[in-house]
Design a protein. Structure first.
Length: 353
């Protein structure tokens, strides 16, 4: 496989938090025509800076995925389709994009999405090296190798997993925990017949995409009713995350942490409180860390104005609980393989004495 810049090691002083200012979609107010906050990713970073958790030089700068990277999963035919503005307008659900020259669409819409995709691939490698990683963007779970939709133009989750399988020694099993309000039909279609990938998906059963074919790839299906609230939701997440990880211990968890489960989300139809979202992320990270399984988190859907604050609060909470930690991360203490080596050498020393 080709050498990719996405797998170059960042400075060890960095947090395994991946971001680039290029994530944000801003042009001529067009982003206001979609029900989302197209600058949410930058706002998350600003909140984390205000709280002094991170600084610009301490986060990993995401790089744009190249065509060569994207072709690890996508068909050339699909990538060529994105050269038509009307196709991109349909996928991103921003109709006026159809009337823009494609070079503008490439620069203002697709480049941010390609950079977020590069970020997810980078975070996959970082999670293995450090025990955890967060891409502040990504989570485009409606896109598969040859079809985009629902604002997802590139299959970043599939790409991150395939990159790990193909380029990192010893990674042969992955679990995707998809807790966005929508069914993750993109990665489900891509991994339909791949027994190396275990998918758990909890979603509102009545909303987009309702992809019956893709559902066949879900090993743990948690179909939620309209207006599901915290108590029931958190109990289900806890039960099924534990169940999934007890059934199969993967080499990596990809956690699609959509915040569109938030009460009042125009598209999600669920009624989870901000505290409920913070608690949910905690449940998933606790399950991963207690089993010493590396975890990669992507932020996915959820675009209300208050979403960015909730994501930042969740990351701060994970840090306060010691579930994510820069020192732990850089020393490799989060990496099960590194820890095993340390344990083995300690054992050798006791045997010698």
């Amino acid at each position: 496989p080709h050498r990719t810049e996405l797998y170059e090691d960042p400075p060890s002083a960095c947090w395994p938090i991946v971001y680039s200012p290029d994530y944000n979609i801003t042009f001529m107010g067009l982003e206001k025509l979609h029900p989302f906050d197209a600058g949410k990713w930058g706002k998350v970073i600003n909140f984390l800076k205000e709280e002094k958790l991170i600084a610009d030089d301490l986060i990993v700068q995401a790089r744009e995925a190249t065509d060569e990277d994207l072709l690890v999963v996508h068909t050339r035919r699909y990538l060529n389709k994105l050269k038509w503005s009307f196709v991109v307008a349909t996928i991103t659900e921003i109709p006026p994009v159809a009337f823009l020259p494609n070079f503008v669409v490439q620069r203002k819409v697709l480049k941010p999405l390609r950079t977020q995709t590069g970020g997810t691939i980078m975070a996959g490698k970082l999670a293995l090296d450090r025990g955890w990683a967060i891409n502040v963007g990504g989570g485009f779970h409606h896109c598969s190798s040859d079809k985009g939709g629902g604002f997802c133009a590139y299959a970043d989750i599939t790409l991150a997993v395939r990159f790990l399988f193909e380029r990192v020694q010893g990674v042969s099993k992955a679990t995707i925990i998809d807790l966005d309000a929508h069914q993750g039909n993109g990665h489900e279609r891509d991994f339909m017949d791949d027994h190396r990938v275990y998918i758990m998906d909890a979603y509102n059963r009545y909303i987009y995409p309702g992809d019956g074919f893709a559902k066949r790839a879900i090993k743990r299906k948690v179909e939620l009713e309209w207006g599901t609230e915290d108590a029931e939701y958190l109990q289900k997440v806890h039960t099924h995350v534990e169940g999934a990880l007890n059934e199969l211990k993967p080499d990596i968890i990809v956690y699609n942490a959509g915040t569109d489960i938030l009460d009042g989300d125009p598209l999600g139809g669920l009624a989870i409180s901000p505290q409920g979202i913070v608690k949910r992320d905690e449940v998933v990270f606790k399950a991963a860390r207690s089993r010493r399984i590396p975890i990669l988190m992507v932020t996915s859907g959820g675009y209300q104005k208050r979403t960015a604050r909730i994501i930042a609060d969740s990351i701060l909470n994970l840090h306060n609980l010691g579930l994510i930690d820069k020192e732990l991360a850089t020393s490799g203490a989060g990496n099960p393989k590194v820890e095993q080596m340390i344990r083995d050498s300690a054992k050798d020393l006791t045997n010698l004495s």
